[in-house]
Every structure is written in structure tokens, then in C-alpha cells.
Design a protein around this ligand. Structure first.
Ligand SMILES: *[C@@H]1O[C@H](CO)[C@@H](O)[C@H](O)[C@H]1NC(C)=O
Length: 148
């Protein structure tokens, strides 16, 4: 039987409004994003723990590189204006989020998980999860474009 302690800690965190530590740290993936606005860019690396991470940048962003996370569906990008997000894949096989109209992104939060390239997406006939930046074939996550 599972210990109740983490559940109680989470409940207390919710009651006090503090940011509770994730229950299973080992399962929290690190998200790497690179934000592009014209010739300017910045990169962030942060845990997919549901917390909001400030970008501290006022650059108007039009493209976000998402090499290792399902950012379109599993991340929230905070802006002051209305926006439409779409996803595309570059000729090099990199997943990018397109932001329209371009605008500053003040913070980002991500939650969940995905399978890294060449990780198992199926094992013993069981689906293990969506690929972060590619597709599932022959039980493994494959890059969108073959490097060979
Ligand atoms: C943004 O600023 C806050 C407060 O100074 C700091 O904790 C945080 O690390 C900064 N984030 C980045 C991406 O520099």
C-alpha cells in the first residue's frame, strides 16, 4: 500500500497555495525550448512540473523550438494578448511551435511526459507514450527525418 505522506503534502501545498514539489521527481522531464523573435533568441531549460517559469524577456516571439517535449499540447505559454499556436516540423526534423501574431511570452509551464527519440514507445505490446519529437514505429520513437 502506498504511503499517504506525499498525498498529504500535496494537499497541504494546495491549501496553502504554495508550489508543491512533484510527487515523483525522477519522472519529471526537463524541457528545453528556444524562443525566436526575428534575429533574437533565448533558451530555457526547466522541469515539466506544472510550475510557471518566467522568461524575463520582452522579445516578440514568433517561433519556439521544441526538440524534446510535446510543447503544443503539454505546455502553456503565457502572453498578455490573444494568440494562436500551431506546430510544424522543419526539414531537419525539429518540432517548432508557431506563435501568431508574434508577441512576448512572459512565462511557460509544462506538465506530463513523452518518449525521447530511440526510446521504446511500445514494450510487450503495451503503448508507453507519445514521442517527444518524432513518431512511433517498430516499438521505438523515430526522428521525423532520418539523419542517414
Ligand atoms: C527570471 O527572474 C526571476 C526573478 O529574478 C528568476 O528567479 C528566474 O530565474 C529568471 N528566469 C530566467 C529564465 O532568467
Amino acid at each position: 500500500m502506498k504511503s499517504l505522506t506525499p498525498v498529504l503534502l500535496l494537499a497541504l501545498g494546495l491549501i496553502t497555495g504554495s508550489t508543491a514539489a512533484p510527487l515523483e521527481e525522477r519522472d519529471v522531464q526537463t524541457v528545453h525550448l528556444t524562443f525566436h523573435g526575428g534575429p533574437a533568441e533565448y533558451s530555457l531549460a526547466f522541469p515539466a512540473d506544472g510550475n510557471v517559469y518566467a522568461t524575463n524577456s520582452s522579445i516578440a516571439i514568433s517561433i519556439i523550438d521544441a526538440p524534446d517535449f510535446l510543447a503544443l499540447t503539454q505546455c502553456t505559454f503565457i502572453t498578455s494578448g490573444e494568440k494562436t499556436l500551431a506546430s510544424t516540423i522543419t526539414a531537419q526534423g525539429l518540432t517548432q511551435i508557431l506563435v501568431g501574431p508574434p508577441q512576448p511570452i512572459t512565462g511557460v509551464s509544462c506538465v506530463g511526459s513523452c518518449i525521447y527519440t530511440y526510446g521504446d514507445c511500445y514494450r510487450n505490446g503495451q503503448f508507453l507514450g507519445q514521442c517527444c519529437n518524432g513518431f512511433c514505429a517498430a516499438n521505438k520513437c523515430r526522428p521525423w527525418v532520418s539523419p542517414y
